[in-house]
Design a protein around this ligand. Structure first.
Ligand SMILES: Nc1nc2c(ncn2[C@@H]2O[C@H](COP(=O)(O)OP(=O)(O)OP(=O)(O)O)[C@@H](O)[C@H]2O)c(=O)[nH]1
Ligand SMILES: [Mg+2]
Length: 260
């Protein structure tokens, strides 16, 4: 991978989403990106750039060996922005709900089995009116985290429609994971864990329940994705096969226990 600085997202376009605090490497892609345009972040090769074998420099000045694009999708209000802020900054965006406008991205470099993997994480707006913007970004996503809110039945019922949309717009080989968020709100839960597990099994996707508020399983969700993508792109000869489903089953924490 040639030594390059990941381009910053350009400003401009509609008002940037108010939900993400200004931060290093925040890409503020124009909310109404022209149909079919690629993101304002650099295009990332399908294999994450494994071929070059030399580290690159991310916009936050961190070296990385591989880079992948991950998208957060799901109904408005399920917790996509909060999950990203929890993962990136280790904080919970409490207070009033500020809906994402258009799309935003944050970068985070994590180390997976000694390899530095940069995740360029796209936080999409769940509101229907931004759906056409989101469609333009599916094309080069390497992985998708599909969220519903365990306290909101409609967000779970809409998962089928999200899966149809993903099937239509995303690549065949996209890595997909289903997340039931807000599991800390036990008293308000209306979607049982078994319902999520059953749906995930039906579609053959890994599943876990998370909480952006407590942090439960948030690190695990992104680490599992990074491991899967790294193993796909760097098939080292004597490396044991990585099985995403098995890894998630082994590592996932129940909502009854401590933080992730
Ligand atoms: N209890 C609890 N509340 C959460 C959690 N995650 C998000 N919330 C709250 O749910 C509301 C919506 O969260 P967001 O992250 O903004 O939702 P979103 O999916 O980004 O919504 P859009 O940007 O409109 O698509 C906010 O008031 C958050 O505080 C969680 O894990 N637990
Ligand atoms: Mg949001």
């Amino acid at each position: 991978m040639s030594r390059k600085k990941a381009a910053r997202g350009k400003g401009g376009g509609a008002a940037p989403s108010a939900a993400l605090p200004p931060a290093q490497g925040t890409g503020r892609a124009a909310a109404a990106a022209p149909r079919g345009s690629s993101a304002t972040a650099p295009e990332l090769p399908r294999n994450g750039g494994a071929a070059a074998g030399r580290p690159s420099l991310s916009s936050s000045g961190e070296f990385y060996d591989l880079a992948f694009k991950v998208m957060l999708v799901g109904d408005s209000g399920v917790g996509k922005t909060c999950l990203l802020v929890r993962f990136k900054d280790g904080a919970f965006l409490a207070g009033s709900f500020i809906s994402t406008v258009g799309i935003d991205f944050r970068n985070k470099v994590l180390t997976v089995d000694g390899v530095k993997v940069k995740l360029q994480i796209w936080d999409t707006a769940g509101q229907e009116r931004f759906r056409s913007v989101t469609h333009a970004y599916y094309r080069d996503a390497h992985a998708l985290l599909l969220l519903y809110d365990v306290t909101n039945k409609a967000s779970f019922d809409n998962i089928q429609a999200w899966l149809t949309e993903i099937h239509e717009y995303a690549q065949q080989d996209v890595v997909l994971m289903l997340l039931g968020n807000k599991v800390d709100s036990a008293q308000d839960r209306v979607v049982k864990r078994e319902d999520g597990e059953k749906l995930a099994k039906e579609y053959g996707v890994p599943f876990m329940e998370t909480s952006a508020k407590s942090g439960l399983n948030v690190e695990l969700a992104f680490t599992a994705i990074a491991k899967e993508l790294k193993h796909r792109s760097m098939k080292l000869p004597n490396e044991p096969k990585f099985k995403l489903h098995d890894y998630v089953k082994k590592e996932v924490r129940g909502s009854g226990c401590c933080r992730s």
